[in-house]
Design a binder for this molecule. Structure first.
Ligand code: WT7
Length: 642
């Protein structure tokens, strides 16, 4: 199943073919300024830039700036500029949790919604540079809220609706938001998510917040705090349909998005205006080979970067029709995606391997019940896709006629970096294939030596690209230390990778203490600190374990305080505790009570051993002689969770 699958015939009108790709790639490396000056014309500038790339990954003159003397506005690029040619075209198709609960919003309607929303924010005192936290379901108003922020130059920080009140509070505090936008409740798989109630809990710890703007989604009962909370529909009364866009410098912040790293505290990844928009505009158009009038559906939530770049900004900047899905793939049944594709006439589907694996398990009859005739292209993102799932996606979902684009990227990269161009790149199931123009991947060994040819190593990027993150909010030093100090002069991705003899890249997974659960990044340290915050827990160590559907699951080793007894009830309680502390995605899949953890004499936990036990690979645990107490390993092996 690892054979090469040839791309669709070249010469597809408007598409990039192999020769174009090679030409573009060469141009992007040989004269990056000329290449990006040209590519950046795909978006509208208020003040044209003269500078292009101004970057250095070296400590002495570390800086990342693109198009730094240009000015633009993102909402104008995503909405206003399409009005003349496609004002009546649908911009957003909203598909609710219940099938057929659908709403279409044209570009003209979106323009009005965005302007009015922006005026509401202004009435609340929001201005350029302010941070606004969004804690929302996948409703069309969420896109309007994002674009409204960009219209007035406010920086949005979206917190995934599945995060707990505590996680939300930490993210609000970190960036000092004065305004929070939320909804009464969310709906997911027939269940209600108490978003407003969660905000109320979070705000007990957030004195910076002055206003909570609440969108009515379900009409469920919510508490209101006088003077602080306001319904969006009330605030919109009498508001003007016009709002002049704020001219933003290309390097002005666009949004903050928190992501887990190898420490307990999530990092506020900051993206700026010009480079990010150029990157998502170009990668959306090229990788999906988007054609006018097509219906595009990315199933990601706007709480993750995929939702930012490829539900909202990339598609809208290209004048596409983008589907916003407020449900889940297995509700009301396992045919939801295919039924919706037929009903909405979806041409391009972009989803995660975990969803594909979950649906694959249910059998192909759910899929073949529907025609899927409209589908032209399939995409995946978020984690390595196993060749079996790739093959099923290609053969069953796409009837063997739709190219599958496996796109590798990260919150930090803003958009895709390694991905096929569907009519230029031959596909290999399980490989994200080749770098996009402007991307210079390298594989290095642990000493930083660059490895050539077919090999395996740590994935770094040798030079900047416009969509790169610019800093960690409030901690520029952490930005440099995290990404540029391990291999001086290069951006370190945290991923391991293999390159084959054809120059194809195969991501093997994280090499740091981050695990990838259902395509969502989780820092092991975060789960550990949640566990040790429980009164009965003395110590915890968390590692990844293979999981059939999620890709990786969370395996937790927990040492209890003296006098506490392990029990099934406590196991359930601790899993529930983590859910409540961080959110359902962080809940351990396996939890083992460990009388002790394998530590070196200096007290460092040997995670290598814990990983092997979690993987049930106990035949060769390697050298355990340096452990302070080698006997603990035998106990852990004997009592491992399988
Ligand atoms: C990590 C980034 C990219 C948006 C969603 C996740 C893994 C992502 C792939 C892929 C293999 C992938 C990497 C990366 N990853 N896409 N196509 N093949 N691995 O964004 O939460 O920032 O996570 O996801 O390990 O470092 P994120």
């Amino acid at each position: 199943m690892t054979e090469t699958i040839h791309a669709a015939p070249t010469g597809v009108e408007g598409s990039i073919d192999r020769a174009d790709y090679e030409r573009q790639y060469r141009a992007s490396v040989e004269d990056s300024d000329a290449y990006w000056r040209d590519q950046a014309q795909a978006i509208d500038w208020i003040t044209p830039f003269r500078q292009v790339q101004d970057t250095s990954f070296n400590e002495a003159d570390f800086r990342i700036r693109w198009f730094a003397d240009g000015e633009l506005n993102v909402s104008v690029n995503c909405v206003d500029r399409h009005l003349a040619t496609r004002g009546d075209q649908v911009a957003i198709v909203w598909e609710g949790d219940e099938p057929g609960e659908t709403r279409s919003i044209t570009y003209r309607e979106l323009h009005r919604d965005v302007c009015r929303f922006a005026n509401v924010l202004k009435d609340l005192g929001a201005k350029k540079g302010d941070r606004i936290t969004l804690y929302l379901p996948m409703i069309a108003e969420a896109a309007a809220a994002m674009l409204a922020c960009t219209r007035i130059g406010a920086i949005h920080s979206i917190v995934f609706g599945g995060f707990s009140p505590d996680s939300l509070a930490n993210r609000i505090q970190d960036c000092d938001s004065r305004i929070v936008i939320t909804a009464d409740e969310g709906c997911r798989g027939g269940k209600r998510i108490p978003l407003k109630a969660n905000v109320d809990k979070a705000l007990a710890q957030c004195p910076s917040v002055e206003h909570v703007l609440v969108i009515r989604r379900t009409g469920g009962d919510v508490a209101f705090t006088e003077g602080r909370d306001i319904w969006l529909h009330d605030a919109l009364q009498g508001v003007s349909d016009d709002c002049a866009p704020e001219p933003m410098n290309a390097e002005d912040p666009l949004f903050i998005l928190y992501t887990s790293g190898s420490t307990g505290k999530p990092k506020g990844v900051l993206h700026t205006t010009g480079g990010y928009l150029v990157w998502v505009t170009k990668t959306f158009r090229d990788v999906f080979d988007y054609r006018d009038g097509e219906v595009y559906w990315c199933t990601a939530d706007i709480g993750w970067v995929t939702g930012h770049s490829y539900v909202v900004y990339g598609p809208l900047a290209n004048g596409a029709t983008t589907v916003m899905f407020d449900g889940v793939p297995n509700y009301p049944d396992h045919a939801r995606l295919w039924e919706t594709i037929d009903r909405l006439g979806v041409n391009i589907l972009y989803t995660a391997p975990t969803a594909i694996r979950a649906l694959m398990r249910e059998g192909k009859d759910w899929v073949t019940k529907y025609s899927r005739r409209s589908l032209r292209l399939l995409g995946t993102v978020g984690e390595p896709i196993n060749p079996e799932a790739w093959d099923w996606y290609h053969r069953v979902v796409g009837d063997g006629r739709c190219p599958v684009v496996d796109t590798w990227w990260q919150t930090e990269t803003g958009g895709m970096l390694i991905a096929p161009l569907p009519y230029a790149t031959d596909l290999k199931p399980g490989s994200a294939t080749k770098p996009l123009p402007g991307v210079q991947p390298q594989l290095v060994d642990t000493e930083g030596k660059v490895l050539e040819g077919a090999t395996e190593g740590n994935l770094v990027i040798a030079d900047s690209w416009p969509g790169q993150m610019r800093t960690v909010w409030g901690d520029h030093d952490r930005f440099f230390q995290t990404y540029f100090s391990t291999y001086p002069g290069k951006y370190f991705t945290g991923d391991g990778c293999r390159r084959d003899a054809d120059g194809y890249y195969w991501i093997t997974g994280r090499v740091d203490d981050v695990i990838n659960v259902s395509g969502h990044r989780m820092g092991t340290a975060e789960v550990e600190s949640a566990l040790v915050a429980h009164a009965k827990v003395a110590e915890a160590a968390v590692v990844g374990m293979p999981h059939e559907v999620k890709g990786q699951g969370i395996y937790a080793y927990v040492t209890l305080n003296a006098g506490e007894e392990p029990s099934e009830e406590l196991r359930t309680e601790l899993r529930q505790w983590v859910r409540q502390e961080i959110g359902p995605i962080a809940s351990p899949d396996a939890l083992q009570f460990a009388p002790g953890l394998p530590k070196t004499r200096s007290g460092k936990i040997m995670r290598r051993i814990l990983r092997k036990i979690a993987e049930n690979d106990v035949g060769n645990l390697g050298d355990t002689s340096t452990l302070a107490d080698p006997a603990v390993v035998n106990t852990l092996v004997a009592e491992r969770v399988r």
